[in-house]
Design a protein around this ligand. Structure first.
Ligand code: PLP
Length: 428
């Protein structure tokens, strides 16, 4: 793959941007390629290489790059003004749509990013329960701020805890093992009656991809109810992706609060906290839980969210089955092609999400991921890239299929993955 222009840009970039990137997950060694444009399932680099994309803005682009229905809506919106900080009819419309499709959404507040959404959900839970501590899971990622940057996934999986975070705050965060009910029950016993909320990604998507065991989320719902702990589903990845109503609808479990972003706006910065009236009405200006943002509810992001959700809703009987079919075809295709080596790797998948691990064991917990062979994963990433397929450059992420991916894309991906896996296995 040609990289001359990317290399020049990276050399300029490191002089003015720490590490040359504006979010650490974008870096990989020796340097990342730079991007020019994206259309459908493909992206084009500044060196004019066309790559098939399975990163898709870390799950944001559920419909694909430059999806025309969304782009047209935004172009019209731009003519009417881009920023008011005054309520608009669009915001009411978006909130109404969310209350119709998100199982726990009686009220909604619209924000810009997943971090803002989860931070507000946690603050609301503390105010509602008048309790301090929170429970999160080893490997769960909920944003880049102190309460949740404890044993977190995604890019922060590479550093045990962030320097500059306050110990006084991270001590309020109780970390438990995913898919381990006993560990959760012991933690609740140990902490007495001081847990305000439990925040969980219904499917762990920031430590590779780890699926909840049968009945696990259901039991978590029962346990949190029993102990007056607010259950927060962090659906920043699963929302609008596992189904229109997110992981909550997919698994049939109603949390007290849920947070959304990513697929909600097909690439535009928009997020939401949804939940029960009695908790949401604690938000200022009704209640005394303060949350504010200049850009919250801006017309561009809100229009993108309405257009994205409208498309997902109107075509839900086509989009979700197609996503699941493409993902199943991809995973089965790779396994069939490489059956000789099947015992040396594992692929986890659900809906339109998948990830591969170099381990002969089932991958059921972050510990299993840590025990898998990450060097082989890094090799796979580079092999795929050299064949013009881009996946997130880390074992601690998931891969995403969009509605714009085609059967031909999947066929090519099966071939490239299979060839690369066979090469890696033979090298050992
Ligand atoms: C599950 C989850 N929650 C929260 C966040 C934070 O979202 P943002 O990066 O928009 O602040 C992420 C980001 O990857 C995420 O995957």
């Amino acid at each position: 793959m040609k990289l001359d222009n990317s290399s020049d840009l990276f050399n300029k970039s490191v002089k003015v941007i720490p590490g040359g990137v504006n979010s650490p997950v974008r870096f990989y060694k020796p340097f990342p390629f730079f991007i020019q444009s994206g259309y459908g399932s493909s992206i084009v680099t500044v060196d004019h290489e066309t790559l098939l994309d399975y990163c898709m803005g870390y799950g944001s682009l559920i419909l694909g790059h430059s999806y025309s229905d969304i782009v047209n809506v935004i172009q019209n919106c731009l003519d009417e003004g881009t920023m008011f900080c005054i309520p608009t009819e669009r915001e009411v419309h978006l909130a109404e749509i969310l209350t119709q499709i998100i199982p726990c959404a009686e009220k909604v507040r619209i924000v810009n990013t997943g971090s803002e959404a989860t931070m507000t959900a946690i603050r609301l839970s503390r105010a509602y329960t008048k309790k301090k501590k929170i429970i999160k899971f080893d490997g769960g990622y909920h944003g880049a701020y102190d309460y949740v940057l404890v044993k977190a996934g995604s890019g922060s999986a590479y550093i045990p805890s962030s320097e500059g975070s306050l110990d006084e705050i991270s001590r309020q965060t109780v970390v438990v093992k995913y898919n381990d009910l006993e560990d959760l029950e012991n933690a609740i016993k140990r902490e007495g009656n001081d847990i305000s909320c439990l925040i969980i990604e219904p499917v762990l998507g920031n430590y590779g991809l780890i699926l909840p065991e049968k009945d696990y989320l259901n039991r978590i719902r029962q346990i949190t109810k029993q102990h007056n702990i607010v259950l927060i589903f962090d659906e920043v990845i699963t929302g609008f992706r596992l189904s229109l109503g997110g992981g909550s609808e997919f698994f049939g479990i109603k949390p007290d609060l849920a947070t959304f972003s990513k697929a909600m706006g097909n690439g535009f910065p928009v997020a939401a906290i949804c939940g029960k009236d009695e908790i949401m009405d604690l938000l200022s200006p009704v209640g005394h839980v303060y949350q504010a943002s200049t850009y919250a509810g801006n017309p561009v992001s809100v229009s993108a969210a309405i257009a994205t959700i409208d498309t997902l809703k109107t075509k839900q009987n086509i989009i979700y089955p197609k996503l699941a079919r493409l993902c199943d075809t991809l995973v089965t295709g790779i396994k069939d092609n490489v059956s000789k080596f099947n015992q040396l790797f594992t692929i986890n998948s659900i809906g339109s999400l998948f990830q591969i691990f170099f381990s002969s064991e089932r991958i059921n917990s972050p510990l299993d991921v840590r025990n898998s062979d990450q060097k082989k994963f890094d090799q796979l990433f580079l092999n795929l890239l050299n064949s013009n397929i881009f996946i997130p450059p880390s074992q601690f992420e998931s891969c995403f299929i969009s509605y714009s991916h085609t059967d031909e894309n999947i066929e090519r991906t099966i071939e490239v993955y299979s060839d690369s896996l066979i090469k890696i296995m033979k090298e050992k």
